[in-house]
Design a protein around this ligand. Sequence first.
Ligand code: ATP
Ligand code: MG
Length: 557
Amino acid sequence: MTDSPTSTGTDFIRTAVREDLASGRFTRVSTRFPPEPNGYLHIGHAKAISVDFGIAADFGGTCNLRFDDTNPVKEEQEYVDNIMADIRWLGYDWDDRLFFASDYFEQLYQYAVTLIQKGKAFVCDLTADEMRAYRGTLTEPGKNSPYRDRSVEENLDLFTRMRAGEFPDGTRTLRAKIDMAAGNINMRDPVMYRIIHATHHRTGDTWCIYPMYDFAHGQSDSIEGITHSLCSLEYEDHRPLYDWYVREIGIYAPRQIEFARLILSYTVLSKRKLLRLVKDGLVTGWDDPRMPTLSAFRRRGVPAAAIRNFAALIGVAKNNSLIDVALLEHAIRNELNRVAERRMAVLKPLRVVIENYPEGQVEHLTAVNNPEDAGAGTREVPFSKVLYIERDDFREVPPPKYFRLTPGREVRLRYAYFIKCVDVVKDASGEVIELRCTYDPATRGGDAPDGRKVKATIHWVSAQHAVPAEVRNYDRLFKSERPDDADDFMTELNPDSLEVLAQAYVEPALASAQPGTPIQFERNGYYCADLDSTPGKLVFNRTITLKDSWAKIESKG
Ligand code: ATP
Ligand code: MG
């Protein structure tokens, strides 16, 4: 954490925080990140995390991690564990400030009792359907529940018996008594507690009544002494309710400030929808590399710094807007270009025999690990008589402007020699299965002493030394820019989001590639070893292609 209570950030939240400190409304800054453990964190959460932790750090304050775990039916310990791992991976730390709304269940219950005693809450026997009918609409006021005027004594008795487990699920609720004619529907006698006979991942069977998120969230902030409760825009209409609860209960009031939700093109970010993709088997899990979750980005080889940089690039705005996923991809490439070591891998191999290269000879040629980072050094790459090159780097009949290998033409093998194709071997169906080439021993290292030039440099691996690998090329999971706009987002899935290349060959240095360590396969893209990779079966994920469409958009300006 930095210690600079004089943050120079000029976004509207930092401006507001600075004003609150100047006016004395608050004398310190305390924020929190409040996930519900009902799914994995996604890139939208990363934005919220960078706002919550970032602003606290800017003002020398603290940021809590609090799980808003009020719904035992949808929440699991697995989600809690993964959320913590993801936040740490992203580079943020809550130190010893880990909290759970479920730790406040007794306190929240007492707050509810306080409201009943003040005549501000009542036990209601309407069913869910009836309650909906009584609620009214945006244009019509609602109607008072027939149970609204129960006495304080009756309400206390019923609420106690709700807690004691006397009533089945759905038969009764505790509701706030506010105003059924309020323009803001959240204020129309909202439910505070419902009966759910379900085991909670932390409190077990201690409770069979659970607070609604809206009854837990603001009071949890209050209990923790949060100064600035930062949340996304959809909670703006809930703010009057949160304020009402803390005012009526008579406890400390934090200040809530809302910011724009991240909406990303070609992506869905609703946990409900992501869960459906997982449950319906359209992806292999929450960490399928095509998912927009942080665990998927990690598995795919995206550095945490790229996500942090992206969050900084988009900043915080007051209004929702669609962010181009190309901007995220740009941030990923920028980071990878700096940190990823280069290696050679042939994804769609074509066999090449160098006719004039001595049988059995092996040379070790020097290759640069990262031209962007001299400190990354060099490595030795074995070269021999039989090689693989990319099938796409040869055309028997070259189209216009095709400068790579073709019969009779000379090209450079990266870090090695000039070679020339002298013959083409085909199978019975006419498919090219091997090229016969010659090399010029005088061009070792890749330059001709007589100064002659070639128009293309292609990558290769030595057949005898190469390691077979499976390569998984991922593309965007959705084919349309705004999948959320479709009647059913599932119809917008990109059928070509995964291409498996089962017979790739990689240079021997990649045999020990570690999952999560980014690598650039020269000319092919950025990759990393997958979690599924073993020494016996190497598997690589494509993190991202090399082509940066965002840089192009920007330069056209
Ligand atoms: P989802 O709609 O994906 O289920 P959620 O808001 O229900 O998300 P929570 O676990 O409640 O998920 O979110 C924790 C915090 O992350 C909240 O404060 C919420 O404002 C924030 N958040 C969630 N999604 C986004 C997003 N797309 N952009 C910015 N912040 C987000
Ligand atoms: Mg939520």
